[in-house]
Design a protein around this ligand. Sequence first.
Ligand code: HEC
Ligand code: HEC
Ligand code: HEC
Ligand code: HEC
Ligand code: HEC
Length: 358
Amino acid sequence: MIRGIAALTLLLLLAAFLWYTLRLSEEPLDAPAANPPVPPPPASTVLTGGPGHTPMTFVDSQQCRQCHAEIYDEWSTDQHATAYSEPNFQTFTENYTRIECLSCHAPKPMLETGIENDPLLRDAGRISGVDCLTCHVKDGRVHGTLGHTAGCDGLLEPRLKTSQACYHCHHTHNLFKEFLASPQYKEGQTCQDCHMAPVERALAKGSPVRKTRRHFIHGGGHDSEALKKTLTIDLKAEGRKLTVTVTNVGAAHGVPGEINNRQIRLEVSVLVKQKETVQGREVEMENEISAWKREFMAPPRLARDKIPSTQIMPGEPRAIEFELPVDHGRIEAVLLYKLEKTMLLGEAVEMARAELKF
Ligand code: HEC
Ligand code: HEC
Ligand code: HEC
Ligand code: HEC
Ligand code: HEC
């Protein structure tokens, strides 16, 4: 009897084992279909921290693409990715012969140079501009804000969560000085808050969803949506005095930026209804009787001490007064953004528009 139960148990155990191993052997069949082609990293680098562990080493941003494809694609459309390769840069550096221009556009990893120091020009792979290695890698090891060693063997670099992450290349002009004096800085905002939009997603294929940021470091002069939220125009007429106030509400630093080719143009027109005779009939027309222009821009780099800047500082209301030539009419004002001061006005981005009847 006991032998019978033992035999039955053994049989059941054998059946369970067979069922289990069969199931196991099925699993690898669907796994590759669900998770195609990323080759696993070498076994010795998957588990970290243990004795004899060899850390993963990285020498090329292409390696990151394998696992962080979405972040890589975002970065590829960004100005940082084309900082070295874009035609303008090639032209202005006289085909890369002006060596003094190259260091910020193809820098060595900033964590190796030291964030607080000026960038150093790297020797190889300059074409990928400001790439993944520039911001994340030190001595071949990935650094991030999670600070856990899974995935690509990441180490903690808390400064990547702060504006210091941008200091290395963006501190040479006045931008940081302006930022530190801005209301946004005092409220605790960082460069990332405006230039790296928050998003919830998996950082790598098969990883958990996390609160993180986009790598399209947008919001600059090439982003027309950001430009439309940067400045406001306010019009006030008292008697014959017109006050046009342009306020920097959207940027935590001077607007436009400090590259001297940017230009913002304010155009103000005064329109009045006038009776005119057209083909023998009297008609009412609205005609422009006065037009004013103002330009806002940074002075050329070398003349900074001589030519005053007309950039609009964060939170600053810039009030400009004009003398109205009539008592009644309509005012139209528009702000136009030109990436290059030689750009045609028709190609400029409209930042803001206002109208007033007086
Ligand atoms: C200290 C770092 C640094 C150096 C040195 C440097 N640049 Fe730049 N460059 C930048 C940064 C940062 C930006 C983006 C700044 C901005 O948009 O306000 C930029 C932007 C540019 C752009 C893009 C302009 C556009 O229209 O988008 C060009 C072209 C350029 N630089 C050319 C040069 C040339 C030519 C030199 C040498 C005379 C030079 N850079 C030296 C950091 C540097
Ligand atoms: C100009 C600097 C810069 C470049 C270039 C850059 N990153 Fe980042 N990256 C950052 C910053 C800053 C953060 C942290 C943002 C935040 O506050 O959450 C970040 C966050 C990340 C994260 C999320 C984990 C973490 O540490 O917060 C991953 C993954 C990542 N980057 C991968 C990449 C890859 C891959 C590339 C190249 C395709 C790249 N990055 C290029 C600056 C950069
Ligand atoms: C073999 C796949 C793989 C490769 C290759 C890879 N990563 Fe990762 N990485 C991951 C995974 C998985 C995580 C963890 C994601 C999570 O837990 O949300 C991660 C995390 C990170 C983090 C956060 C690190 C931390 O601990 O703070 C950063 C930053 C990052 N990767 C950047 C990069 C960069 C830059 C490269 C290329 C130099 C790269 N990764 C290459 C898979 C990879
Ligand atoms: C290693 C150097 C470096 C670091 C670090 C860096 N940048 Fe840049 N950044 C550049 C260069 C160079 C350019 C000019 C690219 C070009 O040629 O247009 C640029 C351009 C920009 C632009 C202008 C885009 C446009 O539309 O013209 C913005 C915005 C920007 N960076 C924001 C940031 C922020 C935010 C950080 C920090 C998270 C950061 N950068 C970190 C070098 C850097
Ligand atoms: C409150 C939002 C905000 C913050 C914070 C902010 N910026 Fe900007 N930034 C903007 C807007 C809006 C623009 C577009 C207007 C312009 O280009 O003049 C811009 C433009 C830029 C440009 C491009 C200028 C050009 O000429 O193309 C650079 C570079 C830049 N920011 C870097 C930074 C850095 C570095 C920090 C942190 C020190 C920072 N920004 C903080 C909103 C912000």
